[in-house]
Design a protein around this ligand. Structure first.
Ligand code: NAD
Length: 270
């Protein structure tokens, strides 16, 4: 089978499908032959992604924080496309007004902690809760959860975000373990910095700092994540489950002193 037909006949849900990474995954899934529900809290963002893809895509508005809404989104997908094979849990709380409030244990408002955990973590559990029975009915499936490198190492801010992403990595292993015999695979992908429009606009200074710590010449873009997610969704990865795959230009693959040492070496050579 050609690479572009790897997902032929399969039906997928992409949550946060209206956003930077999610929309790249939607387009890649469709290019590889899948039918895709573009699920997002913003109906117009979902429609903007689904519209140009014609019958291959369906925009579905839903709120990851609301169990009834997640269930309705899954049911709508199955009633429209007739089955469900792939779930890409990818939505995350992205309200720019609330991000700065996700700080540290002492200062974070507890309602911000709850909201982030509800959307980022519980929302993924809910997606699995309602999707897995349909996958089992169809003979199996693949779940790909978007985690983050923030889930495997500490940082100076965003304790709730980091905790939600760490828990996603662990939850992924439980789902893989508990449903493996039903032919359900579950993996997480952990991006480092990925240049989305939103990120380029908000933290150019941060991007410069992080760039000193990656091993590749350039940052990744949403299409890089989409390529990995499509592989994990396809049968080509049928022997991979319960894994967390970092996709971050080697950002966590070197000694902590790497960037400082590199700078020192460059100074000596100049
Ligand atoms: N961009 C990066 O550098 C980066 C790095 C690591 C991990 N990630 C993760 O990648 C995923 C996608 O992020 P992105 O960079 O494309 O951001 P994005 O803001 O472009 O996309 C997130 C999408 O989730 C949707 N969303 C937010 N709240 C929702 C809710 N309650 N219900 C349903 N949908 C909701 C948003 O509307 C948006 O379309 C997220 O899980 C994020 O944590 C991103």
């Amino acid at each position: 089978m050609s690479e572009m037909g790897r997902l032929a006949g399969k039906v997928a849900i992409v949550t946060g499908g209206g956003g930077g990474i999610g929309s790249a995954v939607v387009r890649r899934f469709v290019a590889e032959g899948a039918k895709v529900a573009v699920a997002d809290v913003f109906a117009d963002a979902a429609q903007a992604v689904a519209g140009p893809l014609g019958d291959a895509a369906l925009a579905v508005q839903f709120d990851a924080a609301d169990p009834a809404s997640v269930e309705a989104m899954v049911e709508r997908t199955v009633s429209h496309f007739g089955r469900l094979d792939i779930l890409h849990n990818n939505a995350a709380m992205t309200d720019p007004a609330k991000h700065p409030l996700d700080t540290d244990a002492v200062t974070i408002p507890i309602e911000i902690w709850d909201e982030i955990i509800d959307i980022n973590l519980r929302g993924y559990l809910l997606g699995c809760k309602y999707a897995i029975p349909h996958m089992i009915k169809g003979g199996g499936g693949s779940i790909i959860n978007t985690a983050s490198n923030s889930g495997t190492a500490g940082d100076l801010a965003r304790i709730a975000y980091g905790a939600s992403k760490g828990a996603i990595i662990t939850m992924t292993k439980y789902i893989a373990t508990q449903h493996g015999r039903q032919n359900i695979r579950c993996n997480s992908v952990a991006p480092g910095v990925v240049l989305t429009e939103a990120l380029s606009a908000t933290v150019p200074g941060l991007a410069d700092i992080i760039k000193r710590h990656i091993l590749t010449p350039e940052f990744g873009v949403p299409d890089d994540i989409a390529a990995l997610v499509a592989f994990l969704a396809s049968d080509e990865s049928r022997y991979i489950t319960g894994e967390n795959i970092s996709i971050s230009g080697g950002g966590l693959s070197h000694q902590p002193h790497y960037a400082d040492l590199l700078q020192l070496m460059e100074q000596h050579l100049s």
